[in-house]
Write a protein that binds this ligand. Structure first.
Ligand code: 5RP
Length: 252
């Protein structure tokens, strides 16, 4: 039984989706990748939150690391977990980043940004020697694009950028909070969620999006993931680019 089920009040256990245990299993499998002395990029989202909690437990047990969070939310979680933090101003080379993803394909190309932190996540991933992506089985796809691609834009240009992206074939929605105001990223930008359907050529689309003035960053992560740890039930499979999958036993 995963930690979440084991610790939840019995009345709640039927409401906890199986994917939550997969997220925790993938996060747990990422912990042995982190070593004493590492500068660790801390991802954002519900899967990364498990890794932060588990890393916090390792820190309490004596692991010496410094984390660089990819969002305000993650900073708060890391502080709560007792992980010492540092900044990109102090370190421009990160040993390992652990982060989630909204989708990944067999080439380990990713869609990220569902949690709105794609800009800082991409900066941190780009500065990392190793990027370990942790995911439940729902994130694995043959072709990226079922999940609408988040694109971070400057608010001034959002309508113009939305039109340009529609011209590339997407249906575009400005991300909003439930109460109607636009979602604002940690860097003060807005997010356009862009439904492209199946993305046949992710690098080409990444290039086209980067060429639109007003686009700050997009959620296609190409050649950034070193490994994906995907949980299928209690089993976690490690995928590497161009390398056959290997099964890992869940670590206890
Ligand atoms: C945040 C992200 C997240 O990693 C992605 O949205 C996956 O989130 P979750 O682990 O909650 O499914 O890219 O910007």
């Amino acid at each position: 039984m995963c930690d979440i089920l084991a610790t939840a009040p019995q009345s709640m256990t039927t409401e906890i989706p199986a994917s939550e245990c997969e997220k925790e299993a993938a996060a747990r499998a990422s912990i042995p990748f982190v070593h004493n002395g590492d500068i660790v990029g801390l991802g954002t989202g519900s899967t990364a939150a498990h890794a932060i909690r588990l890393l916090g437990e390792r820190v309490k047990a004596g692991l010496k690391i410094n984390g660089i969070p990819t969002s305000t939310k993650t900073r708060e979680l890391a502080e709560l977990a007792g992980i010492p933090l540092t900044t990109l101003d102090e370190y421009q080379e990160i040993d390992i980043t652990i982060d989630g993803a909204d989708e990944f394909n067999p080439e380990l190309q990713l869609i990220k940004g569902g949690g709105g932190a794609l800009l800082r996540e991409k900066v941190i991933a780009s500065a990392s020697k190793q990027v370990v992506i942790i995911a439940d089985s729902s994130k694995q796809v043959e072709v990226l694009g079922k999940f609408a691609l988040p694109v971070e834009v400057i608010p001034f240009a959002q309508a113009l950028v939305a039109r340009e992206i529609e011209n590339l074939g997407a249906s575009v929605k400005l991300r909003k909070f439930a109460y109607g105001n636009p979602f604002v990223t940690d860097e003060g930008h807005h997010i356009l969620d862009c439904g492209f359907g199946k993305i046949a050529d992710p690098p080409a689309l990444a290039h086209a999006l980067k060429n639109i003035p007003g686009v700050v960053e997009h959620g296609l992560f190409i050649n950034l993931a070193s490994a994906v740890l995907v949980a299928k039930g209690a089993k976690v499979v490690e995928l590497r680019r161009g390398v056959k999958a290997s099964a890992r036993l869940p670590t206890t």
